[in-house]
Ligand binder design. Structure first.
Ligand code: HEC
Length: 292
């Protein structure tokens, strides 16, 4: 295999490996950034919802309870869960993509029903009451999300509406019926407040930037190989071939009067000079022999 081919293969393989490593590192970096972004966004959204619910519970509901006749129940102004759901329905129209759910094992409002993943989460909250919130990555319908979740457990007061239908306010029975959302128990973790931040766009962007980095790297390498090939051909291979041809002629006693004509100031130029000296001394030697 010629020097030129060997050199190109070694440099090419090493540069390709470097370019793959660079693209991979860039992908990892972008994914890490996307996660950090999702975490911040999720924390903001989650805490905003929670804060509005806290305000409602602490400041608004006590006043509402004073104003509304006893035995009446208007969910929109008396339930924190209805309030958060309503706020969220407006928010998600303005910021599509994010999702929020009060995912519940057996809810009054059917769309709050927990899916398989959420049921697992509620179960793990139930088994470990120390956990006050959790976060992580989950896949839903082929899309990745970063989620923030908090457990919701049942207190004695909750049973007025979530205990038996007989005890529940009549207004509630009229709106929600009696089929689901009851028979909860004190201390039971029945639900999780969960926010989902979509990750797929950020992941796709990470993949795209890594791919374009690799493509640019590969194109650069091909160009570099071309330039190296050109310089090796004109600066090394061609002069070496000429020197080989000249040396062969000298060894046959031919072209002894012709200067080699390579004057580059490098190793090849030095070799050319040495062969030139060999040519001159061979010529002298041959003349001397012929004279005898
Ligand atoms: C005065 C009645 C009332 C009380 C008291 C009450 N809730 Fe509810 N709760 C409701 C209604 C009505 C809904 C339906 C919300 C909706 O339409 O989105 C609801 C919804 C929920 C949901 C969402 C899932 C679902 O059932 O749709 C959870 C979780 C929940 N309540 C937990 C609690 C907890 C925990 C307490 C006690 C701290 C409590 N509730 C106290 C009436 C009540």
């Amino acid at each position: 295999m010629s020097i030129r081919v060997r050199f190109i293969i070694v440099i090419g393989v090493l540069s390709m490996l470097a370019s793959v490593a660079l693209a991979y590192a860039s992908y990892q970096f972008s994914v890490k950034n996307a996660m950090a972004d999702a975490k911040t966004q999720g924390a903001i959204v989650f805490n905003m919802i929670d804060s509005s619910r806290m305000y409602f519970k602490k400041n608004q509901r006590p006043l509402v309870l004073e104003l509304v006749e006893e035995d009446r129940f208007y969910p929109e102004i008396m339930s924190g869960f209805v309030m958060t759901r309503g706020v969220w329905e407006i928010f998600e129209k303005r910021f599509p993509g994010y999702q929020f759910k009060q995912a519940t094992i057996d809810p009054l409002y059917p769309p709050n029903k927990a899916d398989a993943e959420e049921l697992k989460l509620i179960d793990s909250f139930g088994k470990n009451k120390e956990i006050k919130n959790t976060e992580g990555i989950v896949e839903k319908k082929g899309k990745q999300y970063y989620y923030f979740a908090r457990p919701i457990s049942v207190g004695a007061k909750c049973l007025r509406c979530h205990g038996t239908p007989e005890e529940a306010p009549k207004d509630q029975l009229e709106i929600y019926g009696t089929d689901h959302g009851y028979d909860w128990h004190k201390g039971q973790v029945v639900s999780t407040s969960i926010v989902y931040v979509p990750l797929d766009k950020a992941m796709a962007a990470a993949k795209k930037s890594a791919t374009s980095l690799f493509t640019m790297g590969a194109a650069g390498i091909v160009l570099l190989m071309g330039v190296i090939w050109f310089f090796l051909s004109s600066g090394v291979v061609a002069p070496l071939a000429k020197l080989q041809e000249k040396t062969t002629q000298i060894s046959l006693g031919k072209e002894l009067d012709e200067e080699i004509g390579i004057h580059s100031k490098d190793e090849i130029g030095d070799l050319a000079k040495a062969i030139d000296r060999l040519r001159i001394s061979t010529a002298k030697l041959l003349k001397r022999c012929a004279g005898k």
